[in-house]
Design a protein around this ligand. Structure first.
Ligand code: ZN
Length: 232
């Protein structure tokens, strides 16, 4: 049997983008989330609620971590303001959910071993693995992943490479793409009978105006709205 797995990442409190993507992937058998549900955007509570309802598995991202710990040392100014703003708005239950997210999650679907993480298997919260990562770094990450598919987020840039027989993939970002294409991104992985059938990244346009306006209305840094139009 072929199982269709939708992979989302870096929603970043952008409800317009998330709703749009969830509509696209409603027929998926499984939905995975590579973390950073919150941060940057104006709708953290609603996004958390939707992710809790719809995603089968989710790992902790650096913004999720910042929101639950209050540790914002490693964020730039705009990100820090948004993390602190988000912290004040979430309920105790919301924070409890974020705190309970695993940093790394390994499981099997149709005898395919999957490793789900936000950053990387050696630094699940913080390491950025961009598409131009050196081969020897990818080899090390694949070794640590100990899986057939390594799914990562965090860079907001889609990626797919086969390294020593392991699929290393990043679905890009739902709520704040950074590859120059402002459309929301998500991945679809098909697995069947112990093997990967396909991986693809799809893009879908959403109402950027509404999210950008809300960012300003709620007193978040204006640049966080402006960048959404440019996909940076
Ligand atoms: Zn992110």
């Amino acid at each position: 049997m072929t199982v269709e797995i939708a992979v989302i990442s870096d929603v970043h409190s952008n409800l317009e983008a998330l709703e749009r993507v969830l509509r696209e992937i409603k027929s998926a058998d499984l939905i995975l989330c590579c973390g950073d549900v919150v941060g940057y955007g104006p709708r953290p509570r609603e996004c958390l609620e939707r992710v809790r309802e719809r995603c089968d598995r989710c790992v902790m991202g650096n913004h999720d971590y910042g929101v639950v710990t209050g540790d914002v040392d490693r964020f730039n100014i705009a990100a820090r303001i948004a993390v602190e703003w988000t912290r004040r708005r979430l309920s105790d239950e919301d924070k409890e959910y974020l705190r309970g997210l695993p940093k790394i999650d390994r499981f099997e679907v149709e005898d395919v071993r999957i490793c789900l993480v936000h950053g990387s298997p050696r630094d699940p919260i913080w390491e950025y693995v961009f598409p131009d990562a050196p081969r020897e770094v990818l080899r090390e990450l694949v070794r640590l992943a100990d899986a057939d598919v390594l799914l990562m987020g965090h860079t907001h840039v889609p990626m797919h490479e086969e390294v020593d027989g392991v699929h290393v993939a990043n679905p890009g970002s739902v709520g704040q793409p950074r590859d120059g294409d402002p459309r929301a991104a998500y991945g679809v992985l098909e697995v069947s009978d112990g093997r990967v059938v396909s991986w693809e990244v799809n893009r879908v346009a959403y109402n950027v105006d509404r999210t950008a306006r809300e960012i300003v209305d709620k007193g978040l840094p204006e640049e966080l709205g402006a960048r959404l139009y440019r996909g940076i």
